[in-house]
Design a protein around this ligand. Structure first.
Ligand code: TRP
Length: 373
């Protein structure tokens, strides 16, 4: 009872630069004025949509309408080159971008090198190097069409920095603090650059746009929507729509996976199969205290990180995933066996496929379109 009361009172805190996990997504939707994701309205829903990884959004009906009527709309997302690798949460966002691209979006993917300099201390040159050698080919390997995706670096897009300056006039210090919980200079710098990113495709011609992000980015979406409305008269901006992905848990289930955390995460690529296997064996599961209890009651897939990873990333085949789920519920496998059979086997297949596509993508890097301005 007491515990419940304190839980109820606790504020959910979303920090784009932090690492807290969310336990109750429906409460989040209510408190932050988001909308529940409605799969019924989306044409050709993707695997992530069907499996509940996308749990919420903002004005996605406008995007669904544009897709159905084949009207112009854009899809934009950005990723910091804050590591030489990417993590599974980024993979999921790229899959969402691919979905909108396949359904007609004009697609922009930006390398957030200004943000990773400001918020993480990664030198601009280093960010560029990482993006050219790894990040951009990796996004192509994960499914983006190099001919249809416009890439750019924040540091090189003058239109974006000018628009950032315009946006910075439209928010007061108190509003900024209310949205982000702080007015730390690096956060202010990064947030307004991101406002420039989100709105810049509309400068030439205002149109609906969707920003697929992990839920940690919700504060940015909120501010961009406020600013878009305040600039509507002058620029005709549409308030951007958004889709929200759930957090990706760390292997031990304790925090959101993040690019600058050295323990408990699975990265792309994972070059060493033995190391990968070792890590995956440690993943938290929904297993019971004893083998007998597990055989009797079955496991708890909704509490299991192995199941989460397979569902959201590694196992694309619905039948296979269904078997993993049923066998868990039925107590057929103990967790160790299940990990070998589904998690480790699925991960190995995923990474093999990635390596193959990455080699191909490296060769097609010449076809990549960068925005010039
Ligand atoms: N802030 C994002 C991150 O932490 C990166 C980003 C920059 C972004 N500009 C964006 C995301 C525009 C979506 C849209 O990785």
């Amino acid at each position: 009872m007491r515990e419940n009361m304190t839980k109820e009172k606790q504020r959910i805190n979303i920090d784009p630069w932090g690492k807290a996990l969310v336990e109750d997504y429906s409460r989040l939707i209510k408190e932050f004025g988001m909308q529940t994701f409605d799969i019924e309205e989306m044409p050709n829903p993707s695997m992530q949509m069907k499996r509940g990884l996308i749990f919420g959004g903002q004005d996605l009906n406008i995007i669904a309408e544009a897709m159905k009527k084949k009207k112009r709309f854009y899809c934009l997302t950005g990723i910091m080159p804050s590591s030489t690798k990417i993590h599974l949460g980024t993979e999921a966002v790229i899959q969402n971008v691919k979905y909108f691209q396949d359904n007609g979006a004009e697609t922009y993917v930006l390398i957030a090198d200004v943000e990773s300099q400001a918020a993480r201390g990664v030198p601009i040159d280093e960010g560029r190097k990482r993006a050219m050698e790894f990040h951009i080919p990796a996004y192509i390997a994960l499914g983006l069409d190099p001919k249809k995706t416009k890439f750019y670096f924040q540091s090189e897009n003058k239109t974006v920095s000018n628009l950032a300056a315009i946006c910075s006039q439209k928010i007061t210090e108190n509003e900024f603090r209310a949205i982000y919980g702080s007015v730390h200079p690096a956060k202010v710098m990064s947030a307004f650059t991101q406002m420039g990113d989100i709105l810049f495709p509309q400068l030439k011609e205002p149109m609906p746009g969707v920003i697929p992000v992990g839920i940690d980015q919700a504060p940015h979406i909120r501010m961009s929507r406020d600013i878009a409305r305040r600039l509507k008269k002058e620029y005709g901006f549409f308030a951007p729509s958004a889709s929200y992905n759930k957090y990706t848990s760390s292997l031990d289930g304790s925090f959101k996976m993040s690019k600058n955390e050295s323990v408990g995460k699975i990265e792309i690529p994972e070059d060493n199969e033995k190391e990968l296997e070792k890590k995956l064996k440690k993943a938290l599961t929904g297993g019971r205290a004893t083998a007998e209890e597990q055989k009797k009651k079955g496991g708890q897939p909704e509490k299991c990180i192995a199941f989460e990873y397979c569902k959201n990333h590694f196992i694309k085949d619905d039948k296979k995933l269904g078997k993993m789920y049923q066998e868990c519920l039925g107590g057929t496998n103990l967790c160790g066996e299940c990990k070998q059979k589904y998690l480790i086997a699925g991960a190995k297949e995923f990474f093999k496929e990635f390596d193959k596509n990455f080699k191909k993508a490296k060769k097609s890097i010449g076809k990549v379109k960068f925005i010039e301005n």
